[in-house]
Design a protein around this ligand. Structure first.
Ligand SMILES: Nc1ncnc2c1ncn2[C@@H]1O[C@H](COP(=O)(O)OP(=O)(O)OP(=O)(O)O)[C@@H](O)[C@H]1O
Ligand SMILES: [Mg+2]
Length: 324
């Protein structure tokens, strides 16, 4: 089972929600899970209805199975301090450095270096062991940047190659890439059953594969129920629409045509959506990846809804795959 699960997808499709649900699903299996975000938006804190996360791992939820979800908002500047501390044992010198504002550059540095700091911190958590040699976290789930940026974000080796061919940044990038390209990692893409996000998903997968990054699942989010069966869909979408009014008229309903028109219109719209969704499902099936589906929840996603989504993911075996 992948220990590092990265959740990407088109903007607004539910990356943060799915990452959080996945972390809860893993915790429900009794696993200790770390949920990390890297974009400084405090999306996790909002979702778990807690205060803004400091740069510090803290327990944010306990799942019914007894497993815990911890959370961390990684920011590049603090990750750089961690990193300097780890490699150069800077200790108080690091704190002095921060005071001096000498590392303001962490926010203005080359994006590749920024990314390797963020992914590096996540990989450090993936590999971290306690004194007895056991992994501190069974799983790390990342609420990652969107599809358009995910491959560059993870492909830190290439990104820093032009900047550092030797030295600690280079070594760090290499170490990060070893984790990211191993079966320990799986990159999941969240999509909706709509043309644009599905296309972005297909493109994103091609990019990830070209970069030899392990693709996990496609998670189809906000799936709306189908209200009509096949027969009914055919009736409202095809030439048989007129028959409905005729049948009603024959049955003695006066003004049947006018009565039925708006209803049939609505049903026809539904039928059209179902047919478009069917096309998108076919495109997704063509990607040859395991999928999971989450329903559109009518009242948005609060904490209890998040637990429901987690249960749904568990039922569908999400989280169990290894990278492909
Ligand atoms: N299955 C669902 N049913 C209903 N609402 C959902 C579902 N999944 C996500 N949402 C809602 O959709 C909105 C976007 O979700 P979320 O913030 O997780 O997306 P995102 O991909 O992380 O967005 P961004 O690109 O801005 O980071 C939120 O308001 C969230 O509550
Ligand atoms: Mg988000």
């Amino acid at each position: 089972m992948s220990r590092f699960q990265v959740v990407s997808g088109k903007g607004g499709t539910g990356k943060t929600t799915v990452a959080a649900a996945l972390a809860l699903a893993l915790a429900a299996e009794g696993k200790r899970t770390l949920l990390v975000e890297v974009e400084g938006r405090q999306g996790i804190a909002q979702l778990f209805e807690s205060e803004a996360l400091p740069y510090e791992e803290r327990r944010i939820a306990v799942a019914p199975g007894g497993g815990e979800v911890h959370a961390l908002a990684i920011d590049a500047e603090r990750a750089l301090l961690d990193y300097l501390q780890m490699f150069y044992k800077l200790g108080s010198a690091g704190r002095a450095l921060k005071k001096l504002g000498a590392i303001d550059f962490a926010t203005t540095i080359a994006p590749g270096v920024r990314d390797v700091l963020l992914t590096g911190k996540a990989c450090e958590a993936v590999r971290r062991k306690d004194k007895k040699g056991r992994f501190v976290y069974d799983h790390v789930v990342m609420d990652a940047p969107p599809t358009g940026r995910i491959t560059r974000f993870l492909n830190v080796n290439d990104e820093v190659a032009g900047l550092a061919r030797i030295g600690p940044i280079h070594n760090q990038a290499q170490a990060v890439m070893r984790v990211l390209k191993s079966p320990e990692t799986a990159v999941h893409l969240v999509t909706l059953l709509e043309e644009m996000p599905v296309q972005e998903t297909a493109d994103g997968i091609a990019e990830l594969r070209a970069a030899e990054l392990p693709v996990g699942r496609v998670i189809v989010n906000m799936v709306r129920p189908h209200l009509l069966d096949e027969e009914a869909l055919l009736t409202v979408s095809g030439a048989r629409r007129k028959e409905i009014a005729k049948t009603l008229t024959r049955a003695g309903v006066t003004g049947a045509a006018a009565l039925v028109r708006p209803l049939v219109e609505q049903a026809a719209q539904h039928a059209q959506r179902v047919s478009l969704e069917r096309e998108q499902r076919a495109v997704l099936a063509g990607l040859g990846l395991p999928t999971a589906e989450l329903p559109l929840l009518g009242d948005g996603v609060d904490l209890s809804a998040l637990h429901d989504l987690a249960a749904e993911l568990r039922k569908q075996g999400a989280g169990e795959e290894v990278g492909s």
